[in-house]
Design a protein around this ligand. Structure first.
Ligand code: FUC
Length: 790
C-alpha cells in the first residue's frame, strides 16, 4: 500500500527521534508515526500517560523525603493518596525475649550437632522476639477532589505526567473549550504538598474536598471556610497500643471563588484558580519519644506556606530538587520508542530497543531516593515512602537482610550522599536499642540487630526462626557507614561513625563460636537469608554471607581505628578474629558454597531469589575476577545455577553481580527483564511483585556498575558495557577515594573521561585492561582519552 505523503515537520521529527534515522518512522508504521508527530516532543525526564490511573501502581509519586502523595490524575475525581513517614503502628516497645539468654547455649549445641529442625522448634519456643512481628508503616489516607461540573467523557487532550527534573506532577485536559491544568508538588522548603488547579477561563474551578482514612481512629473537622483537618491515632501493633497522634491539615486559597463547608467537606465554586496546601505530621520525635504536637506543627507549616504563591513554592521545590538531581546526567542513546507514553514503553520494553528507558529508570531511581530519603526524614522503607495501606506487604518495614541496603546502593555513586543521612541516623539509633538486645538476648557487649527493624528501632529476631534468627543485619548496615566515609574521605564523619562500627564488631567478639569441626570462628545461631539448606531448616552456623559481612566489618573497623589513631587491644582482637573466620569454600558443582557444608545442590530451592553468599562479589569487593579468579568463577557458577529471573530486587541484585563479573550483555539482558511489565509497573515502580522500591534502587546501581566500578584504589571504566549501548555518556558519578567522574564512550570504546578528585592524592584509572596513575587535587580535573591507555 502506498504511504500517504503527509510530511512530519523536520523540527518535530528531530525532537521525536533524537537524531535517530527517519527509517525508524517507517519501522513504526506510518499511522503510528503520524500520531507520534502530533504528540509534543518527548522529554527525557518525563513519565507520561494518556489516561488517568485506576490502579495505585499507575499513580505518580511526589515526595519531599518526609511527606508524599500519589497522584491519580482523575478528571472528574482526583485522588491524592498521602503519607507521612513517621505514621507507623504501635509505640515504643522492648521486644527482647527474657528466655533467650538462658537458651542460647542449648540452641548452639543443637545446631553444631546438626539437629536443625529440632533447633528451629527450640528457637521458636525460646529465643524469638516478643511480639514476633514488628510494627507496620501506615498511610495517612487520601484527599479526594470531586469536580461536580466536569464530565470526564467529554474531555479531550488528556495528558498526565511527572517531570522528575522539576519534581512536578501535572494533569491537563480540555473541556468545553476550556483548558484545565492541575499540578502537584511536594515542597522540601515549605514542608507541604501543594496543589494548583487552574483553567484558561475565569471562574471555572469548582471542587469538593474531603479526607478519607483507612485507620481505626480518625475524624475530620473544618476550621473556618478554608481549612479541613484530618486527625487521629495510629493503629495498635498487636498488644501495643497506638502511641502516636497524627494530623493532616488542608488549607484552600481560591481567588474569585465561593467557599463553604458542611463541617466535613469543603466546597469551592466558581474560582479562577485554586491552591491547596496540605501539611502532615505525627507526635513522633524519636524511637523513644512521642511527645510531639502534630497540630502545632501542621498549623505553623500551613501559615508559613500560605504566604507564598503556588508558583513560588513549586519553583523553590524545583530548585531544591535540581540541586541534587542535576548532579548526574546520563545518555545511553535513544530510539523511536522514547516517543511513546511511559506505560507503552514498559509494556514493550523487552522486545524493543529503548535505551532511553534504561536512562529514565536510572534517573527515576535517583528521583525516588531524593523524594523518600532526605536529611531529617525516615530512611526509605520497603515502599520508599509511598504506601496506601494500614498494613502493607511485609509491614512496609526496613528489611535489612538485603532490601534496605539495596535502597542505598545508588546513593553514593550517583552523587546523593545527603540522602544517606536518614539511614546513618537509623543505624545510630539501632546501635542504642541493639545494645539492649545484645545484652538481654546474648549476654554480649556491643549491639546487634536481626533481619528487620521498624520506626521503633526494634532489633529482635522476628517472623519465625528460619527467617529472623540472623544476627548480621546491623553489621551489613555498618558497611554503609564505612562507604559514606570512603566516598567522601570525611574524617569528621568517620569519628562519629567509629563507635557504631566498634560496637557492632564487639558484639561478634563476644558471640562468635569456635566451630568444633574446623576450629574456625563462626556465627551460631544464624542462617543464610532466607534459604533452606535442605537439612530440615535454614538454621546453621557460619553461613558464607555472615563470614563475608564480618570480614568487611572487622576490616573496616580496624581501618577506621588506624585512620583515627584509635587502635587498641580490642581492635587487635577484631583483626585476629577476622583471620580466624571460616573461609569461603568452593563446592563440587564448582559453585561458591552458601553454607559451611557443600549442600547447595540439595537446597530447598536452587533458584532461590536471595543470593546471600554472593554478597562477597557485590556489594562487597571480597571476590573479584582479577584478584580472586577462582572465587569469581565459583560465584559465576552459583549465579548460573540460581538463574537470571527472580523477584524485583533479586533481579536487580543479579544485574550488579553480572556487572561485577564483567559480563555487560548478561547484565543488560537481566536489566531488560527488570524494565519489562513483569517487574515494572506502569508508574515505573518496581514489582516484587507486589510493589517494593528496592528493585528501582538496585536497578539504578546496576547501571552504574556497568559503566564505572571501583576495586581497591582502582577506578575501572566501562567494565561491563553492554553491546546495546555502544555510544553514551554519564556525568557526575562519584567513586571511592572522593572522586567525581564524567565519562563518554563511542562505538563501545572509551571516548574520554574526566576525573576530579575532591581530596588530593594518587588514583589509578583502568580501561581495557590497562592502568594509568593520575594525581588528583581539588579544583583540577584530569582528562584522559583511549589513547592514554594505549
Ligand atoms: C525478604 C525477601 C522477600 C521480601 C521481603 C520484604 O523477606 O525474601 O522477597 O523482599 O524481604
Amino acid at each position: 500500500m502506498k504511504k500517504p505523503k503527509v510530511p512530519v515537520p523536520a523540527v518535530t521529527r528531530r525532537a521525536l527521534l533524537g537524531g535517530a534515522s527517519a527509517t525508524t518512522l517507517v519501522a513504526l508504521g506510518w499511522n503510528r508515526a503520524q500520531a507520534l508527530a502530533d504528540e509534543p516532543a518527548p522529554k527525557v525526564h518525563e513519565l507520561w500517560y494518556r489516561a488517568s490511573a485506576t490502579e495505585w501502581t499507575e499513580a505518580l509519586p511526589v515526595g519531599n523525603g518526609r511527606i508524599s502523595a500519589m497522584v491519580f490524575g482523575g478528571i472528574e475525581s482526583e485522588r491524592l493518596q498521602l503519607n507521612e513517614d513517621t505514621l507507623w503502628a504501635g509505640g515504643p516497645y522492648n521486644p527482647a525475649n527474657p528466655k533467650a539468654r538462658g537458651s542460647m547455649e542449648a540452641l548452639r549445641e543443637l545446631i553444631f550437632d546438626g539437629k536443625y529442625s529440632e533447633a528451629e522448634t527450640f528457637a521458636n519456643a525460646n529465643v524469638m522476639a516478643t511480639p514476633i512481628r514488628q510494627a507496620a508503616y501506615q498511610t495517612v489516607g487520601s484527599l479526594m477532589l470531586d469536580m461536580p461540573d466536569i464530565a470526564a467523557a467529554q474531555a479531550s487532550g488528556y495528558r498526565r505526567s511527572l517531570d522528575i527534573d522539576s519534581a512536578l506532577s501535572e494533569t491537563v485536559f480540555t473541556l468545553d473549550g476550556v483548558d484545565y491544568r492541575r499540578r502537584v508538588v511536594a515542597s522540601p522548603a515549605d514542608q507541604v504538598i501543594a496543589v494548583h488547579l487552574s483553567a484558561s477561563k475565569r471562574g471555572r474551578i469548582g471542587c469538593k474536598l474531603s479526607f478519607t482514612c483507612p485507620l481505626k481512629q480518625w475524624q475530620v473537622a473544618t476550621e473556618g471556610d478554608d481549612t479541613v483537618i484530618l486527625s487521629g491515632q495510629n493503629d495498635p501493633h498487636g498488644q501495643i497500643p497506638g502511641a502516636l497522634r497524627f494530623e493532616g491539615r488542608l488549607r484552600v486559597l481560591a481567588p474569585g471563588g465561593r467557599l463553604s463547608n458542611d463541617g466535613k467537606t469543603l466546597s469551592i465554586e466558581g474560582a479562577d484558580e485554586v491552591t491547596l496546601l496540605i501539611a502532615m505530621a505525627t507526635s513522633y520525635r524519636r524511637f523513644d519519644d512521642v511527645s510531639g504536637d502534630p497540630g502545632v506543627i501542621t498549623r505553623a507549616q500551613i501559615e508559613k506556606a500560605s504566604r507564598r504563591s503556588f508558583r513560588q513554592i513549586a519553583d523553590a521545590a524545583a530548585v531544591d530538587h535540581r540541586r541534587l538531581f542535576r548532579r548526574v546526567s546520563i545518555d545511553l542513546g535513544t530510539s523511536a520508542a522514547a516517543a511513546l507514553p511511559t506505560d507503552a514503553r514498559v509494556r514493550q520494553s523487552e522486545i524493543t530497543d529503548d535505551p532511553a528507558l534504561a536512562a529514565l529508570y536510572f534517573q527515576y531511581g535517583r528521583y525516588l531516593l531524593i523524594s523518600s530519603s532526605r536529611p531529617g526524614s525516615q530512611p526509605a522503607s520497603l515502599q520508599g515512602i509511598w504506601n496506601d495501606k494500614p498494613n502493607p506487604p511485609w509491614g512496609g518495614k526496613y528489611t535489612i537482610n538485603i532490601n534496605t541496603e539495596m535502597n542505598y546502593w545508588p546513593a553514593e555513586p550517583t552523587n546523593l550522599p545527603e540522602c544517606v543521612e536518614p539511614l546513618i541516623r537509623m543505624v545510630s539509633e539501632i546501635a542504642i536499642t541493639g545494645e539492649h538486645m545484645a545484652r538481654e538476648m546474648y549476654g554480649a557487649r556491643g549491639w546487634v540487630t536481626h533481619h528487620n527493624t521498624d520506626l521503633w528501632r526494634a532489633t529482635g529476631p522476628i517472623d519465625g526462626a528460619k527467617f529472623g534468627l540472623w544476627p548480621t543485619g546491623g553489621a551489613w548496615l555498618c558497611t554503609h557507614l564505612w562507604e559514606h566515609y570512603e566516598y567522601s574521605l570525611d574524617r569528621a564523619f568517620l569519628e562519629r561513625a567509629y563507635p557504631i562500627l566498634h560496637g557492632a564488631s564487639l558484639f561478634f567478639i563476644d558471640t562468635l563460636q569456635v566451630d568444633p569441626k574446623t576450629g574456625h570462628l563462626v556465627t551460631n545461631p544464624s542462617l543464610s537469608p532466607e534459604a533452606g539448606h535442605g537439612h530440615g531448616s535454614s538454621l546453621i552456623h557460619g553461613p558464607t554471607m555472615d563470614m563475608q559481612i564480618l570480614s568487611d566489618l572487622f576490616d573496616q573497623t580496624v581501618a577506621a581505628a588506624r585512620i583515627l589513631g584509635k587502635e587498641d587491644d580490642l581492635t587487635r582482637q577484631f583483626a585476629d578474629a577476622r583471620k580466624r573466620l571460616l573461609p569461603m569454600q568452593i563446592g563440587k558443582q564448582g559453585q561458591l558454597q552458601e553454607w559451611p557444608y557443600d549442600w547447595d545442590a540439595g537446597a530447598d530451592d536452587i533458584s532461590h531469589r536471595h543470593v546471600s553468599h554472593l554478597y562477597g562479589l557485590y556489594p562487597s569487593r571480597l571476590i573479584d575476577v582479577e584478584r580472586t579468579p577462582e572465587l569469581a568463577q565459583a560465584a559465576r557458577r552459583s549465579l548460573d545455577i540460581r538463574g537470571d529471573k527472580a523477584t524485583g530486587w533479586a533481579t536487580a541484585w543479579r544485574i550488579n553481580l553480572w556487572a561485577r563479573l564483567r559480563d555487560g550483555d548478561r547484565a543488560h539482558g537481566i536489566l531488560k527483564f527488570l524494565l519489562g511489565p513483569e517487574r515494572t509497573y506502569p508508574n515505573m515502580f518496581d514489582a516484587h511483585p507486589p510493589f517494593q522500591i528496592d528493585g528501582n534502587f538496585g536497578g539504578t546501581a546496576g547501571i552504574v556498575e556497568m559503566i564505572v566500578q571501583n576495586h581497591g584504589d582502582v577506578i575501572e571504566l566501562l567494565p561491563a558495557l553492554p553491546s546495546a549501548w555502544p555510544t553514551g555518556s554519564i556525568q557526575g558519578l562519584r567513586t571511592r577515594g572522593a572522586c567525581n567522574v564524567d565519562i563518554a564512550w563511542r562505538d563501545g570504546r572509551l571516548d574520554w573521561v574526566r576525573i576530579h578528585g575532591r581530596v588530593a592524592g594518587k588514583r589509578t584509572v583502568k580501561w581495557g585492561g590497562r592502568t594509568r596513575e593520575i594525581a588528583v587535587a581539588p579544583g583540577r580535573a584530569t582528562r584522559l582519552t583511549a589513547r592514554d591507555f594505549a
